[in-house]
Ligand binder design. Structure first.
Ligand SMILES: Cc1cc2nc3c(=O)[nH]c(=O)nc-3n(C[C@H](O)[C@H](O)[C@H](O)COP(=O)(O)OP(=O)(O)OC[C@H]3O[C@@H](n4cnc5c(N)ncnc54)[C@H](O)[C@@H]3O)c2cc1C
Length: 291
């Protein structure tokens, strides 16, 4: 098929192209898009490649936030000192996404806009309360991540709109950053279930605050206030975690697919919570989040 391929070099050039070719597909690292093009599941009339737009590749530290450009490669996130210092949960998630080759090519914006329930950055970005910056040639808007992702492969992206950056508040007070995923193999595996947690544990070992999210076990990322409340005010002992895990299993809504049954995914969603018992000794918590 003949199709136009555009390689803009600046953001204004990109926005103009996106306005003129609303049916064009954006190509960042291409690790999702190429699979779809080769399988013939999409046949866009034009591709707009983002690789030359260096203005969308950055990690900036501000007083209370980190701002990550949408075309920032996952490898750059892994190597970033501000990310390691303030967002260990995101770093842990990115570290197990794909392979070194994939992480060297794939972008954070591509992981978000693919809107896969198995997107490994999404549980971490959800509990970090990430806000997306979106631009068209007409102007800009901001959207919380959880409002942007509508379902598998579906987002609230408007025609001609570009995700330009992700603003992530520094999560003050959370001294435990946890991410784990379960796949069919221990490396280069799409998640069957994943779990991200931010916990604030006091010096005496009591959980003062908790944010929890699961991936791959619902049409979008699953959160559960009830499971968070089951931890808050308690220690991470067997009874507390078993109770919270049961709440988590009731909160998720997994499906059967080629990778796992819904029943297995539901069970694993709870089991992943039980791992938090590794953090039950406060003396170890200030270093546990560091990779
Ligand atoms: C072998 C292999 C293993 C993988 N393993 C994993 C894994 O373990 N975990 C995981 O989460 N994913 C995995 N993936 C999926 C993929 O690598 C990630 O989702 C990756 O982050 C996509 O980024 P990209 O830059 O390559 O996106 P692209 O393929 O370029 O784009 C993905 C989608 O996002 C849109 N898009 C991209 N950038 C923008 C933007 N700035 N504004 C608006 N829309 C945009 C594109 O139009 C497209 O619809 C794997 C893929 C492969 C091929």
């Amino acid at each position: 098929m003949n199709r136009n391929v555009f390689l803009p070099e600046t953001l204004p050039e990109l926005l103009e192209l996106a306005t003129h070719y609303p049916d064009a597909v954006l190509y960042a690292g291409g690790t999702d898009i190429l699979v779809q093009l080769r399988a013939g599941t999409i046949a866009p009339p034009a591709l707009i490649c983002l690789e030359r737009i260096t203005a969308l590749r950055f990690i900036r530290e501000q007083k209370n936030h980190l701002v990550i450009g949408a075309c920032t490669r996952l490898t750059d996130i892994l190597e970033s000192s501000p990310v390691a210092a303030h967002l260990p949960v995101l770093r842990k998630a990115v570290r197990v996404l794909g392979s070194p080759l994939i992480r060297h090519t794939a972008t954070i914006g591509g992981n978000i806009c693919t809107a896969s329930p198995a997107g490994d950055s999404l549980p971490a970005l959800t509990i970090l309360e990430a806000v997306l910056e979106l631009h068209t040639s007409e102007g800009a808007r901001r959207s919380p991540l959880h409002e942007f992702i509508l379902g598998p492969g579906r987002t609230a992206r408007r025609p001609g709109e570009i995700l330009t950056a992700i603003e992530i508040p520094k999560p003050a007070g959370f001294n435990i950053h946890h991410f784990e995923k379960v796949g069919q193999r221990s490396a280069l595996a799409i998640s069957i279930a994943s779990f991200a947690a931010l916990l604030h544990m006091s010096d005496s070992g009591v959980i003062e605050d908790a944010r929890l999210a699961w991936g791959s076990v619902g049409p979008t990322i699953v959160t559960s206030k009830a499971a968070e409340n089951a931890l808050i005010g308690n220690r991470l002992n067997h009874d507390v975690l078993t109770h919270a895990a049961a709440i988590a299993r009731a909160a998720v809504s997994p499906i059967d697919d080629i990778r796992a049954s819904a029943l297995y995914r539901r069970q694993v969603s709870g089991n992943l919570m039980l791992r938090l018992s590794d953090y039950r000794h406060p003396a170890t918590t200030d270093t546990r989040h560091i990779l």
